[in-house]
Design a protein around this ligand. Structure first.
Ligand code: PHE
Length: 490
């Protein structure tokens, strides 16, 4: 077997994990999910999810990867052979994500060019939906392919391939740039946002808690799904990254640093988006929730608005901003492809080079669906089912496997023996009882509401496809478990 690559240092590991975590999930997904789920209504479940599931599961995944020095399926198989499929399910979840995630990056590539002339003008919403995407009326109308987006997608997949071909050491290096620069740019965006007229209204919507929403299962699932998405949990990423950790390296402290740095970034980016939404509401003379129904397109409406309203050098800044989104996305994107590739190479001893090539090419080709005029709808549906359903299911299963089969106290002792500070019994409680309980109840309620109301106003057949995809992935993960591993060397 090839010798497992290792990080050079603790900083390299933290940087790579922060790079995987901080991504479009913070500046694109977090604001839109928060907006769709009522702004302030979403924040409480989000922070609860972060503390009760995000940090505990990150500790769990780090220790799993570090202990077994393998990707998700192999690590779960080492816990108990019969649970290997949970690892595969995690990889199929991340596969779903890397099928659509690069699409947003492809949009960014285009927006770099559009920034030069601030082409979206005074109505970024109209520009994004009608001129750029040429969004079709519904998921049944795919329409033609949008070539500018295809070109963007090609560039993004080539970059992912080239970086991953070099191996994880490079990842640590690239990330230094992909985290620091974005933060600087984000600060400027927030300052511009909160000094716009009407910003207060938007921030009010963002920050004012709405306790009645706490009874809504959909909001809870969205919050847990977003926490998993943004921390790259329940997808094998953190398991495989920590499997590259040298023996004897801290877990607990790293998990806290990474989770808090990441959610801090989301919370901060929210200020830029919601203050601009307040401004838009004022100019359009509507309330904040009425500004747009663009969902996954929200970031492409609010940020361009703020960019155009900068006092000077809007074009330069626009270019910089979208380059930043790209750099934020790229380290996350390759951290999605890496665990998937590692899952196959670890189990069957396949050549990494070839698996990588096939996955990148396949990702590009399947991703073409999202470059069509109707692609937006499919993106929306898949994003919902992957995160609100797929990730929460995997998260729930991870808790059950470690909580009841491996046993949390055994894992806690292990992780405390290598960490800089110790975690207490509260950790066992979150993994064994609290998180499974919240996830289990929300999932059941969500399934019920999905059957009665569907999702996002899409026709029933379209949401059924979403459910079927989740079901197929579960079956496939069992199939992968059943196929025999290949131990001998090539
Ligand atoms: N956490 C990343 C983001 O917020 C996305 C991601 C998902 C990365 C899955 C790795 C694995 O953008």
């Amino acid at each position: 077997m090839e010798i497992r690559e290792k990080w050079d240092s603790r900083t390299a590991f933290i940087m790579a994990s922060v790079g995987a975590a901080i991504g479009l999930g913070n500046v694109w997904r977090f604001p839109y999910v928060a907006y769709d789920n009522g702004g302030g209504a979403f924040l409480i479940p989000f922070f609860i999810a972060l503390l009760t599931a995000g940090i505990p599961l990150m500790i769990l995944e780090f220790s799993l990867g570090r202990k077994y020095q393998a990707g998700a399926p192999t690590a779960f198989a080492a816990v108990k052979k019969k649970t290997e499929w949970v690892g595969w399910l995690a990889l199929f979840a991340v596969m779903m994500i890397f099928l659509y995630y690069p699409t947003i990056m492809a949009w960014c590539v285009n927006y770099i060019v559009h920034s030069l002339t601030l082409k979206w003008g005074a109505d970024p919403n109209h520009f994004f939906v009608n001129e750029f995407l040429r969004k079709s009326i519904g998921p049944s109308v795919l329409g033609s392919i949008r070539w500018p987006i295809v070109i963007g997608l090609g560039i993004v997949w080539t970059a992912i391939y080239l970086i991953l071909r070099k191996g994880v050491k490079v990842v640590g290096k690239v990330v230094k740039w992909t985290v620091a620069i974005p933060w600087a740019i984000l600060i400027i965006m927030v300052i511009r946002g909160i000094t716009l007229p009407g910003a207060g209204e938007g921030l009010n919507f963002y920050l004012k808690p709405d306790f009645s929403a706490l009874l809504d299962a959909k909001v809870w699932l969205a919050a847990y799904g977003q926490v998993f998405f943004t921390l790259s949990l329940a997808m094998g990423t953190m398991i495989v990254y920590s499997s590259y950790l040298p023996k004897k390296s801290d877990v607990n402290n790293n998990a806290f640093i990474i989770s808090l740095a990441n959610s801090g970034t989301s919370f901060f980016a929210g200020f830029a988006v919601f203050s601009t939404l307040g401004y838009l509401a004022q100019t359009m003379n509507v309330s904040v929730p009425e500004v747009t129904n663009s969902g996954i397109g929200l970031a492409f409406i609010t940020y361009p608005t703020a960019i155009r309203l900068l006092p000077f050098a809007g074009a330069v800044f626009g270019v910089l901003f979208f380059i930043m989104l790209l750099t934020l996305g790229i380290d996350s994107a390759f951290s999605q492809v890496e665990p998937f590739v590692a899952g196959f190479t670890d189990k069957w001893n396949l050549s990494k080079k070839w698996v990588l090539r096939i996955v990148c090419l396949g990702g590009f080709i399947i991703g073409l669906i999202f470059t069509t005029e109707g692609g937006f709808h499919w993106f929306d549906i898949l994003d919902h089912f992957t995160c609100s359903w797929g990730l929460t299911i995997v998260g729930l299963l991870e808790c059950i496997v470690i909580g009841y089969i491996y046993k949390t106290d055994k894992m806690r002792k292990y992780v405390n023996s290598i960490s800089e500070f110790r975690i207490g019994k509260w950790w066992d409680f979150t993994i064994k009882i609290l998180t499974p309980l919240i996830l289990g109840i929300s999932l059941i309620l969500e399934i019920y509401s999905m059957v009665t109301d569907g999702y996002g106003g899409y026709p029933a057949w379209a949401t059924t496809i979403g459910i079927i995809v989740v079901a197929i992935l579960i079956v496939m993960s069992f199939v992968m478990m059943k196929i025999k591993a290949r131990k001998e060397n090539k």
